[in-house]
Design a protein around this ligand. Structure first.
Ligand SMILES: Cc1cc2nc3c(=O)[nH]c(=O)nc-3n(C[C@H](O)[C@H](O)[C@H](O)COP(=O)(O)OP(=O)(O)OC[C@H]3O[C@@H](n4cnc5c(N)ncnc54)[C@H](O)[C@@H]3O)c2cc1C
Length: 422
């Protein structure tokens, strides 16, 4: 197993428990699992990756159950506070609530017409095209932009609709958005996933990685803290490459062209702590594309144990697909920018007491138009070579989220086990 992110850990623990002997090579800190305590404020839990998942992250809940963290409603899971439902979009100097209730009369009418319209989306349509043709330009500019910035750190023009949401795309071939509920696959029988809400693990989402690693080692798996330079140097029957797409391209030269076409949103993330102040409460704010800030998560509003009780924790993200240069700015420039912007959005400058900056050159992979076809081509090339000795895992294979990482890990374990028995 090459790579100890959540994709690699899921595949490793699944294979080892199925009786395959696994050695996991760990090239550095995985995204989930890099959680660091702050030296100045020990009660401040700084999460460097995803802080929570929605109820749709079925695979994450299945993994959590298998590695002893339990399922929502029990175990280590907690639902985010109800404030998590309130989200904002920065509109110049103001914060505007996101949601149907904030639509004007004309936009509400456009929205209703769009929900009823049956218009099958094309295979190469971007999210921007789809939203504009379905709901009209003004709604598309608001809603679709907030969505893609929030998930992938890029504009809707950069996301392929069928590549990001294949099931939704397929369902819309036959029905209007209003009838979608009946067409989309429901919760799997016996699913560990809850019916709704946004969820986190008490103590932080990083526990997923530590518990998976412990489960792997308890089952007899070996972890080696060294990157793999060349796959040919490994004396093993099967290899699962569970790195990101560009690291996989370096290890697999015969599919490097396709893998290096995978786009990523780079991010510079400022984790900061400030005195409480008057401001809107909620999950956080998003900034429309075109601005080097993607958004701010109001950590303390939704997680009650992430910061000391007398202070508020926030996470502000700079960069995204269109602004890679943000990673080149100094820590002090980023922190000063956070202060100046929030002074406008909150109505007064935050009294910041600590900040940590973390840079991610390839934070989130983007399902651009043609992404799934390119990945299918890579998977075919791998299956035909050396009897399928190399199998891929990684969030980038499908949508790019944490749940995609775990889904890919389960599926890689299945393919590697089949290849081994065949
Ligand atoms: C700041 C941030 C916020 C995010 N927020 C969210 C969110 O809110 N919701 C959500 O769903 N997702 C979020 N994501 C995305 C999500 O965290 C990732 O998609 C997911 O963790 C990727 O997992 P992975 O296992 O595919 O890859 P990675 O976590 O990238 O793991 C790949 C591993 O491979 C290792 N590696 C690379 N080369 C080698 C080598 N040669 N030898 C050995 N090891 C190697 C790397 O060191 C790394 O540990 C966020 C990501 C970031 C960075």
């Amino acid at each position: 197993m090459v790579g100890s992110g959540l994709a690699g850990l899921t595949a490793a623990v699944t294979l080892q428990r199925a009786g395959v002997r696994v050695t996991l090579f760990d090239g550095g800190a995985g995204r989930v699992g890099s959680m660091f305590p702050s030296p100045e404020f020990p009660a401040w839990r700084v999460e460097t990756g995803a802080p929570s998942v929605t109820h749709r992250a079925e695979a994450v809940f299945r993994l959590a159950e298998q590695i002893g963290l339990g399922i929502p409603g029990g175990g280590a899971w907690r639902q985010l506070s109800p404030a998590a439902r309130d989200r904002f979009v920065a509109d110049g100097e103001r914060l505007r609530p996101v949601g149907l209730s904030s639509l004007g009369l004309r936009q509400a009418a456009e929205f209703s017409r769009g929900m009823l319209r049956h218009r099958p989306p094309q295979p190469d349509e971007t999210v921007a095209d789809w939203a504009r043709l379905q709901f009209g330009a003004s709604l598309a500019n608001g809603f679709a932009r907030a969505l893609t910035v929030g998930i992938w750190g890029c504009a809707p023009e950069h996301v392929g609709f069928a590549d990001a949401w294949p099931e939704l795309h397929a369902a819309l071939q036959t029905v209007s958005p209003l009838s979608l509920q009946k067409r989309l696959p429901g919760r799997a029988q016996g699913s560990a996933a809850p019916r709704g809400g946004t969820w986190t693990l008490s103590g932080g989402m990083g526990r997923l990685a530590t518990a998976a690693r412990r489960a792997l080692e308890d089952a007899g798996g070996i972890v080696i803290s060294e990157p793999v330079g060349r796959l040919d140097d490994l004396d093993v029957d099967r290899v699962v490459v569970a790195t990101d797409a560009h690291d996989a391209a370096r290890l697999l030269p015969f599919v490097a062209v396709e893998l290096s076409q995978v786009r990523h949103a780079p991010m510079a993330v400022v984790h900061w702590l400030a005195a409480p102040q008057e401001r809107p409460r909620g999950f956080g704010l998003l900034v429309p594309p075109g601005d080097p800030v993607l958004g701010t998560l109001f950590v303390s509003d939704v997680l009650d144990d992430a910061a000391p009780p007398e202070l508020s924790a926030y996470t502000t993200t700079f960069g995204g697909y269109a602004s890679p240069d943000q990673l080149l700015r100094s820590d002090s420039a980023l922190v000063a920018d956070v202060s100046a912007r929030h002074a406008r959005w909150f109505g007064a400058e935050p009294r910041m007491v600590a900040a940590h900056v973390v840079r991610w050159p390839r934070a989130v992979s983007i399902p651009s138009v043609g992404h799934r076809a390119r990945i299918a081509q890579v998977q075919r090339a791998l299956a035909e070579r050396d009897g399928g000795r190399v199998v891929l895992a990684g969030a980038y294979l499908s949508g790019g989220t944490l749940d995609d990482a775990v889904v890919s890990g389960f599926s890689a374990a299945e393919r590697a086990a089949q290849a081994a028995s065949g």
